[in-house]
Design a protein around this ligand. Structure first.
Ligand code: 6LW
Length: 509
């Protein structure tokens, strides 16, 4: 099969640090999930166009130890590989368990509890095997303790016993890249008798790029490629920025593809990426034994996309919770045809709020749901992290029903509220482009530079209330303090809050 058009982004919404492998006709992709559970979605495709989450590597709390994951920490930059009937996913659980290799025979799971590889001081582990079958872990050296905290020490490598996690060799220094900051995200790929060492350089922001070196020996002697970085967005004219952190796959017909991360910044000066880092794909051509890649162009799927979820069966794999399992938050039994969340007296600013959500996948997107909150407080939220979120909540008590919109970013909080008649309230969060039909009129400078405007809306008693229109820039990869992206979802603060009829609509045009 030769795929003529591969959609870009390949995976929309927050899906950074992709790693991929092929088994027969099927392609598997994994991306970083940070503090979210379940962690490490395994996407599967047979046509490189449609991808389905078939399972997650981290489904049980003890696997990830994410209960107290730091903001910006948690599950970083996995590598997915398949060998002798076994899938391996090696990953850093940053500021937590450390470098862990998980395995499973079925990529849908269950995955095992993971083997800790002790003594690796670094991030972004890669897994390869030499001709004798010895496992080689290549990683980005990073000092995580003491006064040199945060110092990058180049691309390093060690032989490992995957069954025990024991190191089988001294650690080796392989390459420090071509002089850009943060040499990281190494992946070793064998082709035609060469070992290619792919790395990201320049940091995951606008200077991000992908470089390569090669050697006959996977353990050293790497010679840099002639044109590093061989993939980078370079000009901010390009619609896809920050491209890098690539992993290669050879298709069944011998084509080479590189999956990598990128962002789609908006505003006249392309400054703010509301969705966070997404997965993109570039075709690789080999010239004199070196990989070349075209800068990544957008290739959007035909839109718009609409999704309706009735909560009358098990939740699909797109739902995520924060530092806890979805099962610990979502109650599908309490009221038929509804999902009920039981508030614990904490809100979206808590480490583990009572929240389930899904990625915002389109630049223009809305999520709507009907809320029943009897003597309770809860509603709809859009989140980057616990310091950065907007929400619209129903607060019902014997004294009446009030809807409250809140915008919270570090050092700033604003609320607006309206009283509504008792009964169900429809809430909506809509991210719209300034200047488009139905969007608020924002004139002048803000219109030039912002990514979008987030509207917090309530409908009750036959009336619509637009409680707030908030600048979307604060909920973007460039401003939020974490590595994630926007997640839209349901929250209960106090009491039992039931939600019916989730509707998501999105469009990228
Ligand atoms: C990832 C690393 C990176 O491990 O971001 O800035 C980290 N670079 O490659 C989290 O995605």
């Amino acid at each position: 099969m030769r795929v003529t058009v591969i959609p870009n982004p390949v995976l929309q919404g927050f899906n950074p640090d992709p790693s991929a492998c092929r088994v027969g006709e099927a392609y598997y992709l994994v991306t970083s999930t940070f503090e979210y559970m379940p962690g490490l979605p395994i996407y599967r495709s047979t046509d490189l166009v449609d991808w389905e989450i078939v399972g997650h590597v981290i489904t049980r709390m003890e696997q990830g130890g994410l209960g107290d994951a730091a903001t910006g920490g948690g599950v970083w930059a996995p590598t997915l590989r398949h060998r002798d009937g076994v899938f391996y996913c090696i990953v850093t659980i940053a500021m937590g368990r450390g470098c862990v290799v998980f395995s499973a025979t079925d990529p849908a799971g269950p995955w095992d509890d993971g083997v800790l590889i002790e003594g690796i001081e670094g991030i972004d582990p890669d897994l390869a095997w030499d001709a004798d079958g010895t496992a080689i872990v290549t990683y980005s050296g990073l000092v995580t303790k003491g006064e040199d905290f945060g110092t990058h020490t180049g691309i390093r490598q060690v032989d490992v016993d995957l069954a025990t996690g024991a190191l089988l060799s001294e650690k080796r220094s392989l390459w420090s890249g071509s002089g850009f900051m943060f040499p990281e995200a190494p992946h070793l790929v064998e082709r035609d008798g060469w070992w290619y060492l792919f790395i990201a350089e320049g940091g995951t922001e606008r200077g991000h790029g992908e470089s390569v070196a090669r050697s006959r020996d996977p353990r050293g002697g790497f010679v840099p490629g002639p044109a590093n970085p061989f993939l980078t967005a370079r000009s901010t004219e390009r619609p896809v920025q920050n491209t890098g952190h690539g992993d290669l796959v050879e298709t069944a017909t011998g084509e080479w593809l590189m999956f990598c991360l990128g962002v789609r910044p908006r505003g006249a000066v392309r400054s703010f990426s509301a969705l966070g880092r997404e997965t993109f794909c570039s075709r690789i051509a080999w010239v004199d034994g070196w990989p070349t890649a075209e800068p990544i162009e957008l290739s959007l799927r035909p839109g718009p996309e609409a999704e309706e979820i009735a909560f009358d069966g098990p939740l699909d794999a797109g739902w995520m919770a924060i530092r806890r399992t979805v099962g610990s938050v979502a109650d599908l039994q309490a009221r038929p045809g509804a999902i009920t969340l039981h508030g614990e007296g904490v809100g979206m600013d808590a480490q583990s709020p009572v929240f389930v959500g899904r990625r915002q996948r389109h630049q223009t997107a809305s999520a709507a749901v009907t809320v029943e909150a009897d003597d309770a407080r809860g509603g709809l939220a859009v989140r980057y992290d616990e310091a950065t979120f907007y929400e619209v909540l129903v607060d019902a008590s014997s004294g009446g029903t009030r809807v409250e919109a809140r915008a919270v970013i570090p050092g700033f909080e604003r609320t607006a509220s309206v009283d509504v008649p008792p009964g169900p309230v429809e809430l909506e969060i809509a991210a719209v482009r300034p200047g488009t039909a139905g969007a608020p009129e924002i004139t002048g400078f803000v219109d030039m530079i912002t990514s979008d405007v987030v509207r917090l809306i309530a409908r009750a008693g036959g009336q619509e209330h637009v409680l707030a229109e908030v600048d979307g820039r604060s909920l973007s990869a460039e401003t939020a303090g974490s590595f994630t992206g926007r997640v839209l979802g349901l929250v209960a603060v106090r009491g039992d809050v039931s939600f019916r009829g989730w509707r998501y609509e999105g469009s990228d045009t």
